[in-house]
Design a binder for this molecule. Structure first.
Ligand code: OSB
Ligand code: MG
Length: 370
């Protein structure tokens, strides 16, 4: 498989409603799409870098720069026997996993298409449907929050995650538990707390949450070791896990009992699979996180979630929860049982809508080997 051309496109998509976390409120997504043309097939990837460096240090701008000036030169005209080789080829570039993942996942799609195989089969996945949860942003009132939860449960979602931050944590959890005593409930703090908040976080224990996601520093595994010792509620790490070595450090030291895997954060499918396999060998369950992706990134998340140790419902939900109209055909839909049926078409299994992508494009750059 020889890479001929990469097209970078920045599209702008408005969320159907604002999404508030402890670090930001997002209304408009700037999404970097990567189209990789090889001599065998064309694949699509999505770079999950944000508009701001508030979740990780990467942004759309840094990713564009890294892809054009450092990743593309490594791959241009190169003959690849598999997308699985790309991670090692990129090793000289430190970090910038979201940039790497955008390109690497596009090549996985191309490889699967060239073999006429669904991507999830090429990755070694084993499920034909995946369990789904939702991530609900911070709401202005407890009533608004309860109404949202009600609606998502009625739609069939198997697990509810709410965002928390200092001053907006115990109260919403208590309110939801009183109203919904039996649901699978969890919280995500996006690194909004410090270790000296341990007594406060301890107050969440009586609400038997499935987990607390990333309470402490985005790059601070050790503080989570100290916090987990004090909590009954399992900690799940998101921001801290950039690859297999972080997963090993976190699991072996007891910093967490569950891991959230995001393709962008770990640098693509090959790295994600290594994190997955390590966790599986240690009996640590994983689930697929979300980054408010368009249909392209969502499709990659679905393919990854078919691996056997993705036993917990992920933040992979229906297109319509984010967009009035997605950029893929068909859109991602979730059943009344809270599952997504895995597509059987080659590659990511959903078709990019080129006309719609074209009309949403604000910036485009073609990188071509001559
Ligand atoms: O921490 O999981 C997170 C969105 C943007 C950045 C970080 C996170 C999130 C979400 C949304 O929780 C998940 C989704 O529905 O895509
Ligand atoms: Mg998270």
């Amino acid at each position: 498989m020889r890479l001929r051309k990469i097209t970078l496109r920045e599209i702008h998509l408005h969320l159907t409603e604002p999404f508030e976390t402890s670090f930001d409120t997002t209304t408009l997504r700037r999404i970097l799409l990567i189209e990789a043309q090889t001599d065998a097939a064309t694949g699509w990837g999505e770079c999950t870098a944000g508009e701001h460096p508030y979740y990780s240090y990467e942004t759309v701008e840094t990713a564009w720069h890294i892809i054009r000036d450092f990743l593309w030169p490594v791959l241009r005209g190169r003959d690849l026997s598999s997308a699985a080789e790309v991670w090692d080829l990129f090793a000289r570039v430190r970090g910038h996993h979201m940039a790497k993942a955008g390109v690497e996942t596009a090549l996985w799609d191309a490889e699967a298409k060239s073999q006429n195989l669904p991507l999830w089969k090429l990755l070694g996945g084993s499920r034909d449907e995946i369990p789904c949860g939702v991530s609900i942003g911070i709401q202005p009132t407890l009533e608004a929050l309860a109404a949202k939860v009600e609606r998502e449960l009625a739609a069939g979602y198997q697990r509810i995650k709410i965002k928390i931050k200092p001053g907006c944590d115990i109260q919403p959890v208590r309110a939801l538990r009183e109203r919904f005593p039996r649901i699978r409930l969890m919280v995500d703090a996006n690194s909004a707390y410090r270790l000296d908040h341990a007594p406060l976080l301890k107050q969440l224990d009586p609400y038997y949450l499935m987990m607390i996601e990333q309470p402490l520093g985005w790059n601070d595994i050790y503080s989570h070791v100290l916090l987990q010792k004090q909590l009954d509620t399992p900690i799940c790490l998101d921001e801290c896990i950039h690859g297999e070595s972080d997963a090993r450090a976190a699991v072996e030291t007891g910093a967490c009992r569950i891991i959230n895997i995001k393709l962008g954060r770990v640098g693509g499918h090959a790295s994600a699979r290594r994190v997955h396999d390590f966790c599986q060998s240690k009996g640590v369950p994983v689930w697929c996180g979300g980054m408010l992706e368009s249909g392209i990134g969502r499709a990659h998340n679905i393919a990854m979630s078919t691996l056997a140790n993705f036993t917990l419902p992920g933040d992979v939900s229906a297109s319509r929860r984010y967009w009035t109209e997605d950029i893929i055909e068909p859109e991602v839909v979730v059943s009344q049982q809270g599952t997504i049926r895995v597509p059987s078409a080659p590659g990511i299994g959903y078709s990019p809508r080129l006309d719609r992508i074209e009309s949403l494009t604000r910036r485009c750059e073609v990188l071509e080997s001559h």
